[in-house]
Structure formats: C-alpha cells, structure tokens
Design a protein around this ligand. Structure first.
Ligand code: ZN
Length: 132
C-alpha cells in the first residue's frame, strides 16, 4: 500500500516530526514484519532521522545548512531557491525503515523529520509499506 500525507509548513526552513504518520501507515496496512519507504516528492524538501528529544538539534541542522549554503549565494538557478535545491539533495528524498511486531525499529531518541527548505508551502509525503 502507498499512503499519501499532506503537510503545511510554516517557515522557510524547518524540520517537522512525521514519525506518528509513518507509524499510522504501518497500522492501517496491518504490517507486522517488513519495511517502509518514506518518500518526499519535492525538489526543495527532504527527509531525515535525528534526535526527537531536544528541539535545538533540529534548529542546529537548519542553521548549519543555511550558514554553509546561504540563500544569497552565487547560483545559476534564477528562482532564488538554489540553496533549497542543494539542501534537498544533500539530505535526500527517501528513507527505508525496518518494521518488526508492527512497530518501527527506531532508536530511543530517533524521530523521522520532514525537512522543509523553501517554505512555507503545502507539502506531501508518501509512505509505502512492504511485507517481508
Ligand atoms: Zn527552484
């Protein structure tokens, strides 16, 4: 099954916890053992896993990337969001995760984050559940 989720982002750059949505797709598909693929169908957004306890980690990630890849950098792309495209490719468009006993096998401090790099926008992400 493929599940599609809609998301509204509120800042130009932010990381939004989508772990519960991914877990929900596992439950909806009755997946007990297998994998899930999380895919972001956008060229200025991405998905990653990182710490779910201290929100300053999320802030540090966007701050670090913006310092290294400033929006005002010298780029060929004329839309003014070349930095967003580069950040999207660096972080990447997908994750593959293991499911056991109907739960994501994540570490205690891990959360799944939708990475917005050119918001605020209406966004989508896809979750594919695979038995195996
Ligand atoms: Zn662009």
């Amino acid at each position: 099954m493929v599940y599609s989720y809609s998301l509204k982002t509120h800042k130009r750059e932010e990381l939004i916890d989508i772990t519960d949505y991914v877990q929900e797709s596992i439950k909806k598909s009755n997946l007990i053992e297998g994998v899930v693929v999380v895919f972001i169908p956008h060229t200025t957004a991405a998905v990653t896993i990182n710490e779910n306890a201290d929100p300053s980690v999320r802030k540090d990630i966007t701050t670090f990337l913006s310092e290294k890849i400033p929006q005002s950098g010298h780029f060929s792309h004329i839309e003014g969001n070349a930095d967003s495209h580069i950040k999207s490719s660096l972080i990447g468009p997908s994750l593959t995760l293991i499911v056991e006993e109907g739960r994501l096998l994540l570490g205690t401090w891990q959360g799944i984050y939708f990475c917005e790099f050119d918001g605020p926008r209406s966004r989508t992400f896809l979750v594919k559940t695979i038995k195996g």
